[in-house]
Design a protein around this ligand. Sequence first.
Ligand code: SF4
Length: 87
Amino acid sequence: MLRGPAPAGLADPRGHGGLVSEILRVNPIACTAHGICGELLPEVIQLDPWGYPIVTAVELTDELLSHARRAVASCPALALVLEKGRT
Ligand code: SF4
């Protein structure tokens, strides 16, 4: 029996179909445009001219996922989150 969240890319153990993955999201209200996330994860996050992040990739590979977790942990405004999503 699986406990806790399924690893990225594994089928949903509850049988709801589709794949469970993690999706990077930015809370635009909380974001204060530090730009740290864009520096830590340039493959996925571009910064607009004012320093606000634009998430450009929907799917995160295992390697990018570890970098994404580091970017989430480094966000001083707690505005960057990884959420479970279904592909
Ligand atoms: S690190 Fe956090 S506050 Fe800074 S730009 Fe990225 S999401 Fe916004």
